[in-house]
Design a protein around this ligand. Structure first.
Ligand SMILES: [Zn+2]
Length: 584
């Protein structure tokens, strides 16, 4: 836990005092400022007893400010987003209390990503739930890269070696966690712990609870399914130890022999009968190269690590019941204390393919732009689309710890995100597949369209777009669909004037907005007064069109609102225009 300086403590209190004052009409209260700080800032907890006088002082000074200056100060101090985050935090109260808490002991959680790519939306629920319980209980989080080769046996059998551990994934995972606001206190790699797993494997063998088996896969499966032991089951520990040593010494080939755990052939579920705990792989590992040729299966390594690292709570999908069983089997075998395991149901993502293996292939083939391609649904891709981490967090926390299998709601994610971003956007006109139209009979040359900078803000500011007609005519970009849909009655060009379609041509009709049922977006069609806009959509397609030239004044990273189209994040600004990534 970080130790905070007096100045840092003051800054944190100031932010929360401002937020509290903003929420309650300029009147912050010491008690509620204190409780927000304690519930959301773990680093402040050790100071809880001593900060009350400072909170009092700051609350007093904030309460003397006008609402306007409170709002400005919040913006300057980055407290607007914090305010939103605070709202999300309150939502998390739907989680059931964490079971298995003993006295004042600090619970220990673990995040165990397999580094085959960055975290994606499907991994995020496990992360968020662990992080949320850690936050609520002042728990500790250990980040453990689950980078054993045995962990992905199935895939490794179908592809070559350890390529599945993507070297850059380690950093991308850290980046994704940081983006989600997850703090962890300790970090380790399973690939560095092979000697530990070997020691425990020797112990299990000496306890006569494991044996070396060289049955071929089909033979063993048939025996197992019939509830029968294989001929190696009763191999004396001494012989098994010799073979295990031979495996470590490189005397055997991949697949030639494995070490199996004696869980029993009479177990109801065949998947749990006599599982492999150690196997040979000559695959080169991105971190430890060819230093090791014998790798543990992930359940075995977990059984050991969860004990050795003092993990108290494991929160994972209910589909990982095999891991539960083998871990508990090992804890019992060694007489170790049980950990509390919490499950959640399967979250289905309809319409998208959340596979890191597939993503890796698509990136290699050039179909995807990279690990942040929107089709990967990685944290990086969401950030690049302008999705806020708070929205992801809220969408996943709202599912709570339900054991039901449910479909993830993209609509809900987008609705949550809108709440977080809409206050910060700037609105522009953007017309996909635009068509140039001349509008005639315009009664004067100079026009000013007064448009809202941000239509989602009450009493917001306006900006002006100047338009110049020449000899009663003016060229515009309009969407083909909106012109096609025009009937005899006049239609308003948004914030400008009204036009009418007569015999397939567009004419000026009138100026005032009164009586106009709808308005359509437009872009000044004169060269130099518009820019090319390309919007990358979540499915990887690109929508091209025209936008206002003032979009060019935006910065990369700014989220904009394209009228009649949606929210998008400016990703690239070139000489000719901009590239934006569509959010929703
Ligand atoms: Zn066998």
């Amino acid at each position: 836990m970080a130790t905070l300086s007096q100045a840092e403590i003051r800054k944190i209190i100031e932010r929360y005092a401002l937020i509290n004052a903003y929420k309650y009409d300029g009147k912050a209260q010491t008690s509620s400022v204190m409780s927000s700080i304690i519930s959301t800032e773990p680093d402040m907890r050790p100071h809880a007893k001593n900060i009350k006088p400072i909170v009092d002082e700051i609350v007093n000074s904030v309460n003397s400010m006008s609402m306007e200056s409170i709002k400005n100060a919040m913006e300057q101090k980055g407290a607007v987003c914090l305010h939103e985050r605070g709202e999300a935090v309150e939502q998390a109260e739907g989680l059931p209390p964490l079971p298995g808490l003993e006295g004042n002991k600090r619970p220990v959680f673990r995040l165990a990503p397999y580094p085959s790519g960055p975290l994606h939306i499907g991994n995020a629920r496990m992360v968020i739930l662990n992080a949320e319980y850690a936050r609520l209980t002042n728990g500790k989080i250990i980040l453990c890269f689950d980078d054993t080769i045995g962990a992905m046996q199935k895939d490794i059998e179908s592809e070559e070696g350890a390529k599945f551990v993507v070297p850059e994934a380690y950093d991308m995972i850290r980046e994704g966690l940081e983006w989600l606001g997850v703090k962890w206190q300790q970090e380790f790699y399973k690939s560095e712990r092979l000697p530990v797993y070997y020691q425990y494997c020797v112990k299990v063998i000496k306890m006569n609870m494991a044996y070396a088996c060289n049955c071929d896969v089909e033979t063993f499966r048939d025996l197992k399914n019939a509830g029968m032991s294989c001929p190696h089951h009763d191999m004396p520990p001494k012989e098994t130890l010799e073979i295990f040593q031979g495996m470590l010494d490189g005397k055997y080939n991949e697949g030639e022999v494995v070490i199996r755990l004696k869980t029993g052939v009479d177990l109801k579920d065949p998947a749990l009968r006599e599982p492999v705990i150690m196997r040979i792989s000559f695959a080169k590992h991105p971190r430890v190269g060819n230093d090791y040729i014998v790798w543990p299966l992930l359940e075995f390594s977990w059984g050991i690590d969860d004990h050795e690292f003092g993990i108290t709570h494991i929160i994972r999908g209910k589909d990982l019941y095999k891991e539960d069983f083998i871990e508990e089997f090992l804890w019992n075998l060694f007489g170790w204390k049980k950990k509390t395991i919490l499950h959640f149901g399967i979250l289905m993502f309809e319409g998208i393919k959340l596979s890191k293996t597939r993503a890796r292939q698509m990136i290699q083939s050039g179909e995807y732009l990279g690990w942040d391609d929107p089709r990967t649904w990685s944290m990086q891709s969401l950030a690049r689309r302008g999705i806020s981490p708070e929205a992801v967090r809220k969408s996943l926390l709202d599912l709570r710890l339900s054991l039901n299998d449910i479909s993830f709601s993209y609509t809900q994610l987008y609705a949550n995100n809108k709440q977080y971003i809409e206050k910060c956007v700037v609105a522009f006109s953007f017309i996909p597949d635009p068509v140039k139209w001349f509008i005639s009979e315009i009664p004067r040359s100079k026009w000013v369209a007064r448009v809202l900078v941000n239509p989602f803000v009450k009493n917001g500011n306006y900006r002006d777009i100047e338009i110049e007609a020449s000899k009663g005519k003016k060229v515009f970009y309009l969407s083909e669909a909106s012109v096609d849909a025009m009937k005899k009655s006049p239609v308003r060009l948004k914030d400008l004037f009204n036009i009418q379609k007569i015999n397939g041509e567009l004419h000026y009709h009138s100026e005032k907005p009164e009586g106009m049922k709808s308005s359509i977006p437009w872009i000044d069609g004169r060269d130099g007064n518009n820019v090319d806009v390309q919007v990358l959509m979540p499915d990887g397609s690109v929508v091209s069109g025209k936008g206002e030239s003032s979009i060019m004044a935006m910065d990369i990273g700014q989220v904009v609102y394209f009228d009649h189209f949606g929210f998008a994040r400016i990703d690239e600004i070139t000489d000719d225009g901009i590239v934006a990534w569509f959010a929703h």
